[in-house]
Design a protein around this ligand. Structure first.
Ligand SMILES: [Zn+2]
Length: 298
């Protein structure tokens, strides 16, 4: 048991800890930012190979415009880029560690205005600037070390192989329910927290975050919280309500209410004639011209 503890501590001393932005939470980091970015690029290559990019010019422009405003409000100089994936049945979005944000068209049916789109993007960007991927990998490393040490201890202290496998199953379940899932839920809540403050800083009305999550909550049956990677919608909305006075303070301090931001309802449009060529989906490699076309600048 002592050996793995020494190993974990030496890892921690070597790589040290980090602090999450906005919340100031101390994080265990065993993965360097370069490694995390490399993981981001790897995931991106796999996604762009598999998914079809949207050709809805109005939507691409909107995601870029709202996304860049959120990105600027973070104060972080990442290589911000925004992609719209054409998948109407997938209500999802995410941001990779390299600052590349992917919004699936399926989420747009829950989004009524720019501030609600900002809620989605700010939440995802919140995960990225808090380095949640690196932290998750670090946590998995610690959990693996701990469960391996416990497994060795079990093997030495049980009388039969069936007894050992029963303990091992309990150990795996315990690690999942006791560490992995709660950690994942905590990161979701943190991304909500960071996202709310960033959207307020970007002059998007933070109250729209609650409106969005309320609508999104109605989209399907939720699994019991203890078996889920996400907090329940009720918990999520309760946390946002608790944080709302602070978010509104930021919103008013930036005098956002004196310069009303127009939130036009989202409108789907078809690409103009001849646009198909420009928005052709890259097959083997990501064509750099495509990235320029939908990258920052819109
Ligand atoms: Zn999330």
């Amino acid at each position: 048991m002592k050996k793995w503890l020494v190993l974990v501590l030496s890892f921690l001393i070597f790589y040290g800890c980090a602090k999450a932005p906005v919340t100031g939470r101390t994080q265990i980091m065993m993965v360097s930012p370069q490694q995390e970015k490399a993981m981001g690029f790897q995931t991106e290559r796999a996604i762009l190979k598999k998914e079809r990019l949207s050709r809805d010019r109005a939507l691409i422009e909107r995601v870029n415009r709202v996304g860049m405003r959120i990105a600027r409000a973070t104060g972080k100089k990442l290589d911000w880029k925004f992609f719209v994936i054409d998948k109407p049945d997938v209500p999802n979005a995410f941001c990779l560690a390299n600052g590349h944000v992917f919004v699936y068209t399926g989420i747009m049916k829950y989004v009524s205005n720019d501030a609600q789109l900002a809620t989605v993007i700010a939440h995802e960007i919140g995960h990225a600037i808090a380095h949640h991927v690196a932290e998750q990998v670090s946590m998995a490393m610690v959990t693996n070390l701990a469960t391996t040490a416990a497994a060795v201890a079990i093997q030495h202290n049980v009388h039969s192989s069936s007894e050992a496998s029963a303990y091992m199953m309990a150990l795996g379940l315990g690690a999942n329910l006791g560490i992995v899932l709660p950690y994942s839920r905590m990161m979701e809540s943190e991304a909500d927290h960071i996202g709310l403050m960033i959207m307020a800083r970007a002059c998007y009305d933070p109250r729209q975050a609650i409106a969005f999550w309320e609508k999104f909550a109605k989209q399907g049956k939720e699994p019991p919280v203890y078996f889920s990677t996400h907090p329940s919608s009720k918990q999520r909305i309760a946390q946002l309500q608790k944080l709302m006075p602070e978010a509104l303070k930021i919103y008013h301090e930036h005098h956002c209410d004196q310069q009303p931001v127009y939130h036009p309802p989202l409108r789907q449009s078809r690409p103009a004639y001849g646009d198909e060529e420009d928005y052709r989906v890259p097959t083997r490699r990501v064509a750099p011209t495509y990235n320029r076309l939908i990258g920052p600048g819109y």
